[in-house]
Each structure stands twice: as C-alpha cells, then as structure tokens.
Design a binder for this molecule. Structure first.
Ligand code: NAD
Ligand code: ZN
Length: 356
C-alpha cells in the first residue's frame, strides 16, 4: 500500500509492504552518500540486509545504545562529526533504521547538517510505523524536558517494512497498538469498529490485518499533518491521552511505563472526563477500555499515583489558570475536540475516580 503526505513541494509517500528493505531499496535511495543510523538492538538485525542493496553508494553506519536515554544532543553531535570526518556533502541522505528514538534523532541531525541533508525513515517499531515516522517532528531531549530541542523536518520518504516487526518484543507491540487505538478513538467509527473486530488478529500479528491497521493509521496521520503541519490547530488532536499520559511518564521518570502504555491510561482518563462532562457516552468509555485490554495495555494509573501527582505534573498546582489546560476530549461521534473550556470539578472527579 502507499499513502501520500500532501505538503506541496515537500510531499512524500509512505510505502507499506512486507520485505521492502530486502528488495529494490536502491530505487528509494539513489543518493551516492548514505549514512545508516540505528541503535544497538535494531542495527545488528537489519543493517547488513539494507547495506547489501546499496552497492551504488558510499555507505556509512552510526549505531548508538538503544533507549530513550540516548536521545541527546551529544549523540547527534557525534553523527555530525562522523559526516564531516567523511566529508559527506549536503546531498547525502541520513536513513533512520529503528524506532521513534532513532527517527527523531536522525531527523534532527539531517535537518541541521549543512542546513538540511536528505532524510529517509525506515521505522521498525509499530509506534514508529503508525506515528513517529510520519509528520516531520524531530527532536532530542534536554535535561529540563523531553523533546525540547528539535525541528519540523519532513523526510523524503518513509519505507515501512512490516516484516521488521517480527522481531519486536510483545510489550513494544502493545505500546504501538495504543497509538493505533488512538486513531480509532479519534477518527471514524468505521475504524473503531474494524479494530474491535480485528484486535485478536492484530495481537496474533496477522500480516493482512497488521498491514491494514498501519495503512489506515498512516492515512489518518497524513491527512491531519497535510492540514496542519505545524500544529496550530487540528494536529493537536493526535495528543489524545497524551496530557494525562505525560503526567504519568513524568511521575515515573520514564522508568516504569512505556510511552504507549501511559497514553493508553491517558486515553481512558480523557474519555472518563468527557463522559463526566456529558460530552461522550459511557458506552464509548467501555468500548475503549475493552479494546485497550484486548491490546494487553494498562487502563489505570500506576499504583500509588494520586490526583495531586497528576495536578502537579499537569502544572495545575501552580497559580496557573486551570482554564489554560487544553485537553483533547472524545465526542460520541467518534471524533474529538480540543478544549480548555471544561468544569474543573469534573476533572477533580475524574482524577479521584481514576486513582484507586
Ligand atoms: P524506541 O525507538 O526506543 O524503540 C523501542 C525499543 O524497541 C528499543 O529498545 C529498540 O531498540 C527496539 N526495537 C525497535 N525496533 C525493533 C525491532 N524491529 N525488533 C526488535 N527490537 C526493536 O521507542 P519507540 O516506541 O519506537 O519510539 C518512542 C520515541 O518516539 C520517543 O522518544 C518519542 O518521543 C518519539 N515519538 C516521536 C513522535 C514524532 O512525531 N516524531 C511521535 C511519537 C513518539
Ligand atoms: Zn504518542
């Protein structure tokens, strides 16, 4: 399948197929200078197969230790040093082979190298294939905050080889599934219903169902990004569950829960708030919880986390006007709204109901 991201002269395609990296990769990477960037888990699994396709080019590799802790500026700086030491020109292409950590860092490195080198994404986690590889958000973390240093920089293309998911650990699979379910909660009721019918097949990693889930997810993200590349409006809908989720991640200091797991809990909390406000039907909360459970995802905050912890990490314990908090809240039509205009009492009740 192919999905187009329509951004004028920066438009690109997302190609989704099994075995993509083992066949005809040179078609997508005609450049004569190529840097393959990966991490210590993914590199040993796939870089040899990729490089075998690239006999026409000078190919370099850079591999860093897997994990969010590597998402730092000094690691990106090491990539730039390698490019300069090897005298790679601005016409080179940096290829991200890995999950969202590799993609975000490689994209940022490409955006800045000589003011913009080529950038291609080969995402290998479900989360990266349905979310982070599409849309051009690149970043590294700063000691004072996640993703605080970055740029919008679109790739030249995204190559989704669904076979690379075969090696993905089960927990990472579920974490990616949380973002797929997010598209279901945000989008058409058709996709939500499709997910309900196919979650068992998706968890069994049925190839046909998985490819379809990735295609629909990429199409939804592509449409939203084409509409609002810089997140001045509608793109913020993709943050459904993320405000509560980030509070959980901050509380856990990135140790306990994976991002997708925190988002799963966050979506339940956002939907619970929407129900408390009378904006969403209780039935939709039940459907979401059932879907997340089928995806082997958590639906409650970690034990011991209190409403006060949420208020603290959401910035609501400061003298900030609570009305400033903008949340993505589901509506019964299978769509959602971004609202700062809700009853704080309902939020307090939602937090109390969620933390126990
Ligand atoms: P990740 O890149 O850390 O990958 C998760 C783990 O899976 C790592 O240990 C990795 O080595 C391993 N792995 C990756 N592919 C594998 C494979 N095929 N087989 C076996 N192991 C494999 O994490 P992630 O969940 O992919 O991405 C999370 C990151 O993405 C965060 O830093 C987040 O900020 C970022 N993100 C960015 C965007 C965006 O729009 N740019 C969106 C969402 C998330
Ligand atoms: Zn997310």
């Amino acid at each position: 399948a192919q999905v187009n991201v329509a951004l004028g002269e920066r438009s690109y395609t997302i190609d989704i197929a099994p075995g993509l990296i083992r066949a005809d990769l040179a078609r997508y990477l005609p450049q004569s200078e190529i840097l393959l960037v990966s991490d210590s888990n993914v590199g040993p699994l796939y870089l040899d197969a990729i490089q075998a396709q690239l006999g026409h080019a000078r190919v370099l590799r850079y591999q860093f230790e897997a994990g969010e802790a590597s998402k730092r500026l000094d690691v990106v700086e090491a990539i730039w040093s390698l490019l300069m030491a090897e005298r790679f020109s601005r016409k080179c292409v940096l290829v991200a082979v890995g999950g969202g950590v590799v993609g975000d860092m490689t994209g940022f490195a490409a955006a800045c190298y000589q003011r913009g080198a080529g950038f291609v994404q080969i995402p290998t986690t479900l989360l990266a294939q349905v979310d982070s590889s599409v849309g051009g958000k690149t970043a590294v973390n700063h000691p004072q905050g996640k993703n605080m240093i970055g740029a919008f920089y679109q790739p030249l293309s995204v190559l989704v080889d669904t076979e690379t998911l075969d090696s993905l650990p089960a927990r990472q699979w579920s974490a990616g599934m949380a973002e797929v379910i997010k598209y279901g909660a945000l989008g058409s009721l058709d996709f939500l219903g499709w997910l309900e019918h196919n979650m068992a097949a998706l968890m069994a990693r049925d190839a046909v169902a998985v490819a379809e889930a990735i295609r629909v997810s990429c199409q939804m993200k592509a449409d939203i990004v084409a509409d609002d590349e810089r997140e001045t409006g509608r793109r913020a809908l993709l943050n459904l569950g993320h405000t509560f989720g980030h509070a959980i991640e901050a509380h856990e200091q990135y140790r306990g829960l994976l991002h997708g797991e925190a988002v799963a809990v966050g979506m339940v909390m956002a939907t619970r708030l929407s129900v408390a406000l009378g904006w969403d039907a209780p039935d939709n909360l039940d459907r979401l919880v059932a879907l997340l459970r089928a995806g082997e995802l958590p639906v409650e905050p970690p034990p011991g986390m209190t409403p006060a912890d949420f208020m603290h990490h959401m910035g609501l314990d400061k003298k900030v006007d609570a009305g400033q908090l903008r949340l993505v809240l589901p509506k019964p039509t299978g769509s959602a709204v971004i609202s700062a205009d809700f009853d704080p009492q309902a939020l307090a009740r939602t937090l109390a109901d969620s933390c126990r």
